[in-house]
Design a protein around this ligand. Sequence first.
Ligand SMILES: [Zn+2]
Ligand SMILES: [Zn+2]
Length: 92
Amino acid sequence: MFHYGIDYNIMFLFAGGVASIPGTYTYPMVQPMTMFGCQTCGKQYRQQCSLWRHKHYECGKVANFQCPACSYRAKHKFNMLKHMRAVHNLTG
Ligand SMILES: [Zn+2]
Ligand SMILES: [Zn+2]
C-alpha cells in the first residue's frame, strides 16, 4: 500500500553518485536580464541611462508647469514649451 516511498528510496540509492541532489545542480550560465531599479520608487529600467534620466527628470517630480491654454501639465519647462509650440503654435 505504502510502497511508493520505498521505491523512491531505491531509486535514490540507484541514482546515487550519478545524479546530483537537487540544490547542488549547476544551472546553465543564463543570467537573468540585468535591470536597473530606482531606489526611490522602484521603477525598473533595462538601461542605466534610462534610470539616470528617470532619476534626474522624473522621479519624485511634480508636473509643475501648467499650460495656459489647456489642461496639459508638464514636469519640465522644455516639455511645456514643446507642447505650446506643437499644440498651440505658441512660442515662449
Ligand atoms: Zn524613481
Ligand atoms: Zn496646452
